[in-house]
Design a protein around this ligand. Sequence first.
Ligand code: PLP
Length: 413
Amino acid sequence: MPGPGAYLIGDEEKKALMEVIETGYLFRYGDKSDPKFLAKVWRLEQEVSKYLGIPYTVAVNSGTMALWIALGAIGIGPGDEVIVPGYTFIASITSIIYARAVPVLTEIDRSLTLDPEDVKKKITPRTKAIMLVHMLGNPGRVDEIKEIARSNGISLIEDCAQAFGVKYKGKYVGHFGDFGTYSFNVFKTITAGDGGMVATNSRKLYERAFAIHDQGHLPLRQGVERGSRTVIGLDCRMTELSAAVLLAQLKKADMMKKLLKEKKKRFKEGIKDIKGLSFRDLPDPEGEIGTLLTVFLPDEKTARKVGDALGCGVVADSGWHVYNNMEHVLGQMVVDSTGCPFTCPYYREKGGSMEYSRGMLPRTDALISRAINISIGVFDAGLGSGFGINITSDDKEIDEKIARFRKAVDKYL
Ligand SMILES: Cc1ncc(COP(=O)(O)O)c(C=O)c1O
């Protein structure tokens, strides 16, 4: 089983789901005068807003679409550049491509999130936004990145897909940019199998995001008559079934965070004395949700041996999360004299040129090739976290896994 929420699905989710099925209202819109209509999607939006302290939210069908909607609502399109880390789930990059913009792959640092120094170097007159990805249950370097966005007059999108419930200096991530986006797929903190959320402090951006997610309508399909719609939208709506499950899961989010942090603490204590081993930098250790524990070995050779012994490999091999492994993106995105299907002539007219290749982010490569992700609450081979514990692991199991880890490291370090 993958993420913490998935382990904790129980009677509460089952009851909420059955309630919706019995009403017959599965669509987010229903007859408001009928007491049977429970408006679960709307209620989820209100509850998540309250939980995160962000006034406007739109529930959608995935974290990928949440990103694409945020880009569209900000007005990012052909010819624009968006700064994005080379270590992130592929959707951060592909959502930019599908917005017909150009992803500018950028280095990470020891926090495994955007390196502010490299972000500064990547800014051009075409830069329209920075996508800060709060990776592996931890916040990125919010203050530094926010300041770079502010001083350059560009937008900030926080990809919080792996960070629902994470805080930075006392506030939930997603609060700091123009948009925060979330995923509720099965590997995430709370889940309904799939699902997503867009959050913003701006009423104007909210209305645009809502319209993009639902055929150009204003919130709740009110106030926009035929003939006066200004936004062309699609259908990225969430169903009442997903929202029912997520409402039940949301009630468990704080408990999940507490459990994960306790288990992570025990694991970390159990290996922290190992010489030559170091931990990932945490921009706010208090704010993390504790889903993963990332360690650095002194060099790639040792890390690979340890990763093989544990059966999880090194982070550099976590397929869909590392730009080097996205061969279709690297291949398709070369903007040369023959043009490119994903970009448009405006980009070259604006003076842009971009080439993508394996090894183009040497500092990212060097870091992730000697890093190992230990699962505390997200068991996911695709994330390189096929070794570790889960949210239901007891102390005995944690200690066994610590012993296994120490044995593997002792052999090779
Ligand atoms: C960082 C990041 N961004 C975006 C997404 C996309 O979310 P979804 O799978 O819900 O489309 C994910 C999902 O794994 C992710 O980890």
